[in-house]
Structures are given as structure tokens and as C-alpha cells.
Design a protein around this ligand. Structure first.
Ligand code: ADP
Ligand code: MG
Length: 425
């Protein structure tokens, strides 16, 4: 896949209307609806600021949550949840939509930017059309939640066309929501059929850092994989075996690999139907001369609990009644040594159950090794990014990818529809 895409600094934006896809999918308090973390809004500011300063009129859009775009969808969802469809009313559906309005985002965005934000009460309807038509250079309009229209997730051409039309004949599409580039939705990919499309600064950075890491990494290239599910990361392991010099496997997924080596793993996380696949990957690594490192010791406990009563045992001696919840100190040494000589490190997935302080040591040690490595360091994956932040190493990393699913698909080497649709450089 070609990651060399035009960005906002490669095109003339002055006097143009720009349809800007942001990721304003912010976490909200369930009861009050208050935004509990505005990181994603703050992340969007440089691109917005740049466009406004250059004299563009910016029409921003985003999805928020997973609204049911129609009453029928609402009834279907609620029925699946066990509700009696006969008791459901359109009023309740509208209330569920009201919770996912982007209006509070418009307010916060205005506060952070220190500029007025015009809010449209619909996405492609009369309010959006009138406000977009009247929008002047240097002004910012935010449209209502794109997923209020079924055309968004279905990537319906009529919806994409109507959205693009808001930017007018000289319009430009700027894609800056990395978290959704792996989805072919109307506002992430469909609109590019109607407008010239370039990346914003956030996506530009993702492409520059991750694209380079995958296509021409500074070597040795070390990939660290962890987390809970082998099945989620199968494609990643397979793709990285063709690119990396060393692959480190820790976390819950390591036990499926230890099992593949013939070790007993007790009550540890195991995907029994993926043991053969793990064997294949071990063989592929040997064949390609990729160094594949697995834990040599592990912290085990007889229950899933944040308890310091754990024992450290060799990886081939896990007691039958115990589960591995973190990598052990010998493994930390082994992994850290491999990381210290690296030119590029890509990390996806914690080394243990880091949410429990007793089992955060392995993840902390790996984060520290990355921070001290001098390598280009890239962290992807929601939990890994959270772990790095929680442990205080965030500002020591070259790049923390903002999209969990998207960064996984990136590492898998899959084509990302929201990137493929952008103009090549
Ligand atoms: P990411 O979001 O970074 O891609 P994952 O979602 O794949 O990571 O995995 C993160 C989860 O894996 C965490 O909740 C963590 O507790 C869990 N995990 C890590 N190691 C183990 C283990 N040994 N046993 C069970 N769960 C584990
Ligand atoms: Mg996760």
C-alpha cells in the first residue's frame, strides 16, 4: 500500500471550503453526558488551526458513538438486548440519539480554540446546507453526528455526495480521523469520490511514522506483541514476520506460543484452536531467520486477582492450577536487551495484566526499555497506549498511534480505505 499521500501543506487551501473529517468520538459521562476526556479534540486543533489561519472555511464532521440511525434499527437493537419491542417508542429512540449529539463537542472545541464554532443541528440537512453556504474564510462549522444518517456506515453514495456538496465546487476533503481510516464509511472514504482528498496533520504523522517503520525501518526492527488475543493479532504477526528482525511475544498471547512449544500452561490464557497457527509462526520465523523471543519465566497465581502472593516460575514449569499473569524478571532482561540494540521498535499489547499493580512490572519494564532505547518507538493499540500513559512514559515515545483498530490493520499491511482514497504525492 502507498503511504505517500498529499497533505494539507501540499495544496492551496486559501478561500476554499474544506470538509474536515475529525475524530471527535470522545468518552462521555453516562449520566450527565459531560466529556470526560477531550484528548481527541485537542489532537485535532493543529489541523483546524492551520486551515483557519490559511484562510479556509472549515466544515468539520465526526461520528460519536454508535447511534441507531433509524427507529427500526433502535427496535432491533433493544430487542436483541431483551426488551419487548411493543413497549418501545419513537420518543425513547430520539432520546437515545440526543445523548450522542456533537453539540457539547462544539462548545469544548470553541473553548480550546478560542474562536467561535458554529454548530449545525443536522448533518446534510437544511441547517447544515444554509450554514455551510454562508461560511466565510477563517470560520469553523461543526456538523451534527455523521452516524445519525444510515448512509454514513453504509457508505451510501447519496449521503457522501450531499456531504461533499457542502464544500461546494472548489471544495477540498481533509481526512484526519485516523481511528476510522480502516472503515470505508461515507465521511472517511466515500466523499473522496466527489472532492480532491488529502490528509490532515494527524494522519500525515501516522503515515510518516508507521509507513516508514514498515517500508524502510531503521534496523534492527523489533516488534513486540502482547495483549490478550492471538486471534486478533494473527495478521499482524504474519505480516511482521516478513518485515522485522526480532519479534517479541509476551502478555496473554504468549501462552498459546508456549503451548505450541510443547509446554504446559496451566490455567493461563490459551487459544487452543490457535496452537497450530502458533507452531506455523514459529516455523516461519525459523525459516526466515527472524529471532522470535518468548517468555523464559512468568509470574503465576492460582486466581485472577491483584495479589502479590504470586510465584515466578520458568516458562516450562507452570503449575497446572496456576495462570501466568505477567512476564518474569529473566524475561524482562531478555526482552530489554533485544530492545536496547534496536533501530525501530513497534509495540502492540501489554506484557501482563497491567491493570493489576502486581502484574504491571513487565509492561513497565518494556515501556522503560523503549524509552531508553534511542530507537524510533511506536506504540499502537488502545490498552498499550493507555498503559504507556498510565506508567508515565508517553512523552518518551516517538509516536503513540491514536487508532486502535486502525493501527492494527496498518501493521497487518491491509489497505486502509480512508488512506487509499487520498491523492498520491
Ligand atoms: P491493545 O489494546 O494494546 O491492542 P489488547 O486489547 O490486545 O491490547 O490486550 C490488552 C489486555 O490484555 C489487557 O486488558 C491485559 O490485562 C490483558 N493481558 C495481558 N497479559 C495477560 C495475561 N497474561 N493474562 C490475561 N490477560 C492478559
Ligand atoms: Mg485492547
Amino acid at each position: 500500500m502507498n503511504y505517500n499521500k498529499k497533505t494539507i501543506t501540499d495544496v492551496d487551501v486559501a478561500g476554499r471550503k474544506v470538509l474536515l473529517r475529525c475524530d471527535f468520538n470522545v468518552p462521555q459521562d453516562k449520566k450527565t453526558g459531560a466529556i470526560t476526556d477531550d484528548k481527541r479534540i485537542r489532537a485535532a486543533l493543529p489541523t483546524i488551526q492551520y486551515l483557519l489561519d490559511k484562510g479556509a472555511a472549515v466544515i468539520a464532521c465526526s461520528h460519536l458513538g454508535k447511534p441507531n440511525a433509524t427507529f427500526a434499527d433502535f427496535v432491533k437493537k433493544q430487542t436483541e438486548k431483551g426488551k419487548d419491542p411493543a413497549t418501545l417508542t419513537e420518543d425513547e429512540w430520539k432520546k437515545s440519539l440526543a445523548k450522542l449529539t456533537l453539540a457539547p463537542v462544539a462548545v469544548r472545541l470553541g473553548e480550546l480554540l478560542g474562536r467561535p464554532v458554529i454548530f449545525a443541528a443536522d448533518t446534510i440537512g437544511p441547517d447544515a446546507q444554509a450554514k455551510a453556504a454562508a461560511l466565510k474564510p477563517g470560520e469553523l462549522l461543526l456538523l451534527e453526528n455523521t452516524r445519525f444518517d444510515k448512509g454514513e456506515t453504509k457508505n451510501k453514495p447519496e449521503f457522501a455526495e450531499a456531504l461533499a456538496a457542502l464544500a461546494g465546487p472548489e471544495g477540498l476533503f481533509v481526512s484526519d480521523a485516523f481511528g476510522t481510516v480502516h472503515r470505508a464509511h461515507a465521511s472517511t472514504a466515500g466523499v473522496a469520490a466527489h472532492l480532491p482528498a488529502v490528509s490532515g496533520l494527524l494522519i500525515q504523522k501516522e503515515l510518516a511514522v508507521m509507513g516508514t517503520a514498515l517500508e524502510s525501518p531503521k534496523r534492527p526492527f523489533v516488534a513486540i506483541l502482547g495483549g490478550a488475543k492471538v486471534s486478533d493479532k494473527i495478521g499482524v504477526i504474519n505480516n511482521l514476520l516478513e518485515k522485522a528482525d526480532t519479534i517479541i511475544i509476551g502478555g496473554g498471547m504468549a501462552y498459546t506460543f508456549l503451548k505450541a512449544k510443547g509446554y504446559e500452561v496451566g490455567k493461563s490464557l490459551l487459544e487452543a484452536d490457535k496452537v497450530d497457527y502458533a507452531k506455523e509462526m514459529l516455523a516461519k520465523a525459523a525459516e526466515r531467520g527472524v529471532r522470535l523471543l518468548l517468555p523464559v519465566d512468568t509470574a503465576v497465581l492460582d486466581r485472577f486477582e491483584n495479589s502479590y502472593e504470586y510465584q515466578v516460575v520458568p516458562a516450562d514449569a507452570i503449575p497446572a492450577d496456576c495462570m501466568g499473569l505477567d512476564i518474569g524478571p529473566e524475561t524482562v532482561k531478555l526482552f530489554s536487551e533485544a530492545i536496547h540494540g534496536a533501530g525501530t521498535v513497534v509495540w502492540n499489547g501489554p506484557m501482563g495484566v497491567f491493570e493489576f499493580s502486581a502484574f504491571a512490572e513487565g509492561t513497565k519494564a518494556v515501556a522503560r526499555a523503549l524509552a531508553e532505547s534511542g530507537a524510533v518507538t511506536i506504540v499502537g493499540g488502545g490498552d498499550s497506549a493507555a498503559a504507556v500513559e498510565q506508567l508515565g512514559f508517553a512523552d518518551k515515545m516517538t509516536h503513540i498511534s491514536t487508532g486502535g483498530g486502525a493501527s492494527l490493520e496498518f501493521l497487518e499491511g491491509k489497505e486502509l480505505p480512508g488512506v487509499a482514497c487520498l491523492l498520491d504525492k
